[in-house]
Design a protein. Structure first.
Length: 737
């Protein structure tokens, strides 16, 4: 195999390398290891928060979806977590119990997470579903995890509880217990509150966090992380990169992701530095908001996958006419999907005038199983980013961690030879939850964890070249090929056992693209194209991913092994060599012709405006009234941008669920027309009521307030009620059944 020759990125200044003459047990001289043990890894998470709470004026700024802010000191976070933990205890939870987190609001998620850490309750955060339809992939995963964990309570917020409770109408989910964090907080004014002295004594090797990967169509993999795993990662990262309490971390990734939870969350508490959390939708709607926040808060550390850097590059024209001061940022991580040299070079060039430092972009390697980053790059310089198709260095391991490359026979390979990546260290999980077969497969030879990635070592730095495992990463989100294939084979007209899903990196698109091959039950071109449309729509709405190419192939053209397994590696190679180009062109031409033939052009003003927005987002010349947004290639990123454009166009908020339900120009225009008519009726009634009140009370008099008294839910007097209002404290509570 030809090994891409990449220029050494930088003369590194890492911590002392282990003496190559005194090999540690199970560590070859061709393995890379730095720094030995990290002292902080023997603390526990409650100790970390307790220490941070002693620091004055440090804490978390929560940016809400409307752009407003809420600041919570670490001392207040500690108190808030105690209140929530008290509520969990009153619900019967105890040390070692599990709880599923379905919390959309960051200002609720983080206190709930720390409540679990303080009480030895193990949180299992899961991504929020765009809608709680029983067929949705995120809902399927929720159901699967709930069953695996023996039906624990689901902790949510006031915005989601009614949606999740609808699932209990399903007979197999009628035992679902859903609890609002607001309900738990409503106990805070009882006299016998939980105190810090009553917290359980936890040890570094006690389980702390359970994160699930996969799981929408089969059993999810639960990654169990204990306190030492998490804190050895944060301490190693702090030590390697010389982070201090003066850092300001800025996170806009969803808080069910290990990078958001550990790297930009727990690490900030460990440092007792200022951290900022932003809803992902706010940045996806307005990517430049990321730069606004870096400048406003003088952020020093932030992170996003490669696609986010592309979103900024698309704003080049606006950025050329504006002025930012981005000099504060010193550690801008690009991780979570393949790093594009072209994207990073353009990003650095565009933002150079905005005082973005060279080498500020730090590619890294990490995974849930290693508590986020286990290697960190020393930084990329735009002058060194020359070969667009080259791989980039992901740096060296954190102190205490070791990495190595092995061949298929588990022999350790020397530098510059591609093989399978293995990692080892205190931040690496000790195993998957209740999955001994998988643990036996991935943990080998004295505790080395096989990541499923392919790569090599160059000058002591890790370079990833691809993935051995059947995992696809699009826009920083991990999908498993077999899950996508299972979803495809649910579509009528798809022949079973001939489906393949794989990712290819396309330099022009600067990202991985999803390719689907399948065998249609009918070889008629019209029938095949109909199935292609259905696959596109089904995948986007169920799994949340839009394929770049859906290619129907005759069964005999799909290579299989002797036992009938589809040979995806060969299909991928055939695709990259252009063997399917004619079939792709044939399908695309038929789709375009069919759309032109059956197109009904937009007629009303609403229809024309919506169609224009679709064309801009999907980069199409025209769309018809009945064209389906998802069949045209719309994905989750497009959806959020569409929501933002339509809200600006019509001057009102639009729930994503309505765009899901109204996925054609015609149905979406009808929705806006009906909503507008309803609003006019309500507005007219309100105007008449106001006029009546005005006619009855046309005389006005000044009022002097000479005294006030009151008692409110969660506030015994006016002053405490006013403090609640200022701090955004929710005091709504509900009667028990």
């Amino acid at each position: 195999m030809n090994i891409p020759q990449i220029k050494k990125l930088l003369e590194t200044n890492f911590y002392d390398q282990s003496d190559p003459g005194s090999e540690q047990e199970g560590i070859s001289k061709n393995s890379i290891s730095f720094g030995g043990q990290v002292e902080d890894s023997w603390r526990t998470l409650p100790e970390v928060l307790s220490d941070a709470a002693k620091k004055e004026n440090q804490g978390i700024t929560y940016i809400r979806s409307d752009g407003s802010e809420y600041f919570q000191t670490y001392k207040d976070l500690y108190h808030d977590a105690l209140v929530i933990l008290d509520g969990l205890y009153r619900r019967g939870l105890k040390l070692g119990d599990k709880v599923i987190l379905q919390i959309g609001r960051n200002q609720d998620f983080i206190p709930a997470l720390w409540a679990c850490f303080l009480g030895g309750i193990i949180p299992a955060p899961l991504s929020i579903a765009p809608n709680y339809d029983i067929q949705n992939a995120a809902v399927k995963k929720l159901e699967n995890v709930w069953q695996i964990l023996d039906k624990p309570i689901i902790l949510t917020d006031c915005e989601l509880i009614s949606e999740i409770e609808k699932l209990t109408t399903q007979s197999h989910l009628k035992e679902l217990q859903v609890v609002s964090i607001d309900d738990l907080r409503s106990h805070q004014f009882r006299s016998n509150q939980l105190s810090a002295d009553e917290l359980p004594h936890l040890a570094p090797l006690d389980p702390a966090l359970l994160l699930f990967t996969s799981g929408s169509t089969d059993l999810p993999k639960g990654v169990m992380l204990h306190h030492r795993n998490i804190l050895s990662m944060t301490a190693g990262t702090v030590r390697m990169n010389n982070f201090t309490q003066q850092e300001v971390t800025l996170n806009w990734m969803p808080l069910d992701h290990v990078g958001a939870i550990v790297f930009l969350g727990i690490m900030a508490v460990d440092l007792a530095c200022h951290q900022i959390h932003v809803p992902i939708e706010l940045i996806l709607r307005q990517p430049i908001k990321w730069l606004d926040l870096i400048q406003k808060y003088q952020a020093t550390i932030s992170w996003a996958p490669n696609f986010a850097f592309s979103l900024i590059n698309q704003q080049a024209e606006e950025l050329n006419q504006s002025c930012y001061d981005l000099s504060s940022i010193k550690f801008l991580v690009n991780a979570g999907e393949q790093v594009s040299v072209k994207t990073i070079r353009l990003f650095l060039e565009i933002l150079e005038k905005h005082q973005l430092r060279d080498r500020v972009i730090k590619p890294a390697f990490g995974m849930t199983e290693s508590c986020s980053g286990i290697t960190w790059s020393a930084g990329l310089s735009k002058d060194e980013l020359i070969e667009e198709n080259s791989f980039v260095s992901l740096g060296r391991p954190i102190p205490g961690a070791t990495i190595r490359i092995i061949d298929q026979d588990n022999n350790v390979l020397p530098e510059n030879e591609v093989g399978r990546l293995q990692i080892k260290g205190p931040s690496v999980t000790e195993g998957y939850y209740q999955n001994p077969e998988l643990n036996q497969e991935v943990f080998q030879d004295g505790g080395w964890f096989t990541t499923g990635d392919l790569g090599y070592l160059h000058n002591g730095e890790l370079v990833i070249t691809g993935r051995e495992k059947q995992e696809i990463i699009i826009n920083g989100i991990n999908y498993f090929a077999h899950e996508i294939e299972t979803a495809i084979e649910e579509v009528e007209g798809v022949a079973i056992s001939y489906t393949a899903a794989f990712a290819v990196f396309e330099q022009n698109k600067e990202t991985d693209l999803l390719v689907i091959t399948f065998s249609p039950e009918s070889n008629n071109i019209e029938d095949a194209v109909k199935v292609v449309r259905q696959i596109r729509s089904h995948l986007t709405q169920k799994v949340g991913i839009a394929p770049a190419h859906v290619i129907p192939l005759e069964a005999e053209l799909i290579p299989k092994t002797s036992i009938g397994k589809v040979q995806k590696a060969k299909l991928k190679k055939d695709f990259e060599q252009g063997l399917f180009a004619d079939r792709i062109q044939e399908i695309n031409e038929y789709l375009a012709s069919d759309r032109r033939k059956n197109a009904s052009l937009p007629q009303s003003e609403n229809e024309r405006q919506i169609a224009a927005v679709w064309c801009e987002i999907l980069q199409l010349d025209a769309v018809g009234l009945q064209d389906n947004f998802f069949e045209l290639g719309g994905n989750s990123l497009h959806l959020i941008r569409l929501q933002n454009e339509l809200e600006q166009l019509f001057g009102r908020q639009i729930p994503l669920t309505e765009i899901f339900k109204n996925s054609t120009v015609a149905t979406l225009a009808h929705f806006f027309t009906e909503e507008s008519n309803s609003t006019k009726v309500i507005t007219e009634k309100s105007r008449k009521r106001a006029a009546n009140r005005s006619s009855k009370h046309h005389d006005t008099h000044d009022i002097a307030i000479i005294g006030m008294a009151g008692r409110f839910p969660g506030a015994k007097n006016i002053d405490s009620f006013w403090e609640n209002l200022k701090n955004g404290v929710e005091t709504i509570s509900f009667f028990s059944e």
